[in-house]
Design a protein around this ligand. Structure first.
Ligand code: BTN
Length: 333
């Protein structure tokens, strides 16, 4: 699907304006020069500046001289990403939104429209970010990474949830490399640091009974949030809170996409055993953890007993029966 036909996708002109301002960061660049470089009228530059400000980019105007950025914004523009992802599966079709409802929703639409494997859908802000079990994923502007990947693997639908766990492992490696933080994985999709959630993955798919048509892996990472609203404050954290330092979203995202591509290729060639083994090795939730499993209105207590071959969690109930958990919330007790 051509980028231009997707409503709301970042205007190429806006991205070009931001790139020019970022390349000349903190230097005043005249509106006429920007207009010339962009091949547009000066009034279009002014309109772009207005839009960027509305999106939280701090563009200053100096009367009679031009524009400059008050700081280099950590914005995930497709141009910058493409440069860093040359030759990668994820460097070809990058859709960037300053604001959208949900990148997973957009990715599903693209998937149905025939978009090829490897499309990356990114947003600086989501107004209806989807979490698991119908929950909302808080997506503060330019603070986190909100990204969905479109994949067309030759897999049976029962294997698709393994991609969620694989994505968790890729994100864990990227976070450790970028921040030094060690991340725990809570089955099936939570990334935790010191017991608080710093990321989650929502995999959605479109499939025939025996064959996946496409899978959307949606990854949300709390990167530079300084605090969380209401009750979330007790359960969620961000990499910035945990390290005390600002983290580059661009660097983290590039790392994540490279890791993901490696892990994905290995998964397709070698099968899922490596994913389940690695998950079991690094997740404190995989073995011997006292948990409560809740699914809708039913709930039971038990002790985790590893993963089945399709990545489903095994829990030994307190009455001795070993149960395979297909979906539901798992909480430490
Ligand atoms: C969870 O509940 O833990 C899963 C959260 C997944 C959030 C990400 S953010 C990018 C992508 N787009 C969405 O609407 N959701 C996922």
């Amino acid at each position: 699907m051509a980028q231009e036909t997707l409503p709301g996708v970042t205007d190429r002109r806006l991205a070009a304006l931001l790139t020019i301002l970022a390349e000349n960061a903190t230097i005043v660049t005249s509106g006429v020069r920007i207009a010339r470089e962009m091949g547009v009228a000066p009034s279009t530059v002014w309109e772009g500046v207005r839009q960027l400000r509305g999106l939280g980019v701090r563009v200053k105007a100096q009367l009679g001289a031009g524009y400059f950025l008050e700081g280099v914004p950590d914005i995930l523009t497709p141009g910058m990403l493409r440069q860093r992802l040359k030759g990668s599966l994820f460097g070809k079709h990058i859709y960037h939104f300053f604001k959208t409802d949900s990148t997973n929703r957009v990715a599903l639409e693209l998937g149905h429209a025939g978009e090829p494997e490897g499309a990356v859908i990114l947003a600086e802000e989501q107004t209806a970010g989807k979490g698991r079990a119908g929950r909302i994923w808080q997506s503060e502007r330019a603070a986190g990474i909100y990204v969905s990947l479109l994949l067309r693997p030759r897999l049976a639908p029962v294997q698709a949830p393994l991609l969620t766990m694989m994505a968790g492992l890729s994100a864990r490696t990227a976070i450790e490399a970028q921040t030094g933080l060690s991340t725990d994985l809570k089955w099936p999709n939570d990334l935790l640091v010191r017991g608080k959630k710093v990321g989650g993955i929502l995999t959605e798919m479109h499939a025939e009974p025996s064959q996946v048509r496409f899978v959307i892996v949606g990854i949300g990472l709390n990167v530079n949030q300084e605090k969380f609203p209401g009750e979330l404050g007790t359960t969620a954290s961000s990499l910035r809170i945990e390290t005390g330092k600002q983290v580059s979203r661009l660097e983290l995202l590039v790392w994540l996409l490279r890791e993901f591509e490696n892990d994905y290729n290995r998964f397709l060639h070698e099968g899922p055993a490596r994913v389940t083994e690695k998950f079991e090795a690094v997740s404190s939730y995989a073995h011997g953890k006292r948990v409560r499993v809740t699914n809708g209105t039913t709930s039971f207590a038990g002790t985790t007993a590893g993963l089945g071959p399709e990545g489903l969690l095994l829990v030994k109930r307190d009455d001795g029966l070993v149960v395979t958990v297909i979906s539901g919330d798992v909480e430490a007790r």
